[in-house]
Design a protein around this ligand. Structure first.
Ligand code: DP6
Length: 364
């Protein structure tokens, strides 16, 4: 802590978001203007968030960044870009230098991308610290130029990121709209992805022909998904979300050289979800999966089916790993004789169970 009389600081918490309709491809790499609209849900702050404090005082002589308490030797290019934009907007050259301290309440190995929550919390803290005009839009803009998907973590609930006009985000339904919706994240592999989203989407743009076909169907898909969310129609919601995930991975496969994020366990989970949804004979959707740029599934499920599904997961992915919370089995499997899949021992590194959240919070 500095003793300066003009020392000021703001802290912000923001959580990650999961895309229901994926963002993939940018028309402008510098400003991060997306090729398509995307839709996401922001997760509950109580379960996981990035916690970022930004301070300033006239005695600071450079920008500094501490991540998880450790001073980083250099700020990333994207972080520099965000700070330069704040300097440009701050009145009376009020902003000289800042100290940024950021940490995540969830491990990098949780399968959740932390860049969205990190840049959203940084953007909101900076906007508040320097009293920038039009704070919501400014924070969204700053988050976006840090990492595209971060623009969606600036709001809670169901969020749309527009690829038109200002290319900012907005909340289309608050978290309270569908409180029964839950999210279960399965960690099959916690190691860093081989090809970053940034590089892979660039490669897709240059080489994939399926990519254009995807872009031409996205707005229609988003309209239908918004209608399903409005009506809390889980059947339609589940189908659209799963199909968009598969289409996104098909586009990655159509990229040259191909980018393959899914693995054998991802495919097993896909089969398990479809077998479970079909098991009672009338194809009533109970679970939907989506996969980002990695093999770990994000499963959407209504509260009433959570226990049953966790029982199935425990049966099909038995593990000695202590990170996986043991659930009472509740004879789940006996109820589903039609699910005829192999058991995959010791593939599950962890399970995170969470729900929709109402967005970032400013602490000080
Ligand atoms: C597959 O936001 O990480 O998760 O804008 O280059 O930082 P940059 O990419 P990033 O890409 C996220 C891609 C995705 C889909 C999504 O979140 O919409």
């Amino acid at each position: 802590m500095s003793n300066d009389t003009d020392h000021r600081s703001v802290t912000c918490q923001a959580s990650p978001n999961i895309a229901l309709i994926k963002y993939w491809g940018k028309r402008d790499d510098e400003l991060i203007i997306p090729d398509n609209d995307s839709l996401s849900i922001t997760l509950d702050l109580n379960d996981m968030h990035s916690y970022t404090t930004v301070s300033t005082s006239s005695s600071m002589t450079s920008d500094t960044f501490y991540f998880e308490g450790i001073q980083q030797t250099k700020l990333s290019r994207r972080m520099e870009k965000v700070l330069n934009e704040v300097r440009r907007r701050a009145k009376d050259s009020e902003m000289k230098f800042v100290e940024i301290r950021s940490h995540n309440t969830f491990p990098a190995s949780s399968g959740l991308a932390s860049s969205a929550s990190a840049y959203a919390s940084l953007a909101i803290a900076l906007t508040n610290l320097f009293h920038l005009d039009d704070p919501q839009s400014t924070a969204a803009y700053l988050a976006r130029i840090g990492s595209g998907s971060a623009v969606r973590s600036v709001y809670g609930g169901f969020v749309r990121w527009s690829s038109q006009g200002e290319c900012l985000s907005s909340c289309i339904y608050p978290a309270e709209h569908w409180p029964e919706l839950r999210l279960i994240v399965l960690i099959f592999n916690s190691s860093k992805k081989a090809v970053s989203s940034t590089d892979a989407m660039q490669r897709t743009r240059e080489t994939s022909t399926l990519f254009q076909a995807r872009l031409s169907t996205i707005n229609d898909k988003i309209d239908k998904l918004i209608e399903a969310i409005k009506n809390k129609d889980f059947n339609t919601f589940a189908k659209i979300v799963m199909m968009d995930s598969s289409q996104f991975h098909a586009v990655c496969m159509d990229t040259y050289p191909p980018v393959i994020y899914l693995n054998e366990q991802s495919k097993h989970l896909i089969d398990l979800v479809h077998a479970y949804n079909k098991a009672d004979g009338n194809e009533t959707m109970k679970v939907a999966y989506t996969f980002d740029a990695g093999p770990n599934p994000f499963c959407f499920i209504r509260e009433e089916h959570v226990e049953e599904f966790l029982g199935l997961l425990q049966y099909f992915y038995p593990t000695t790993n202590d990170n996986v919370r043991k659930q009472p089995m509740a004879n789940t499997v006996e109820k589903f004789p039609s699910i005829n899949l192999a058991i995959m021992p010791n593939v599950l590194e962890g399970i995170v169970s969470t729900k929709i959240g109402s967005g970032p919070k400013i602490i000080s």
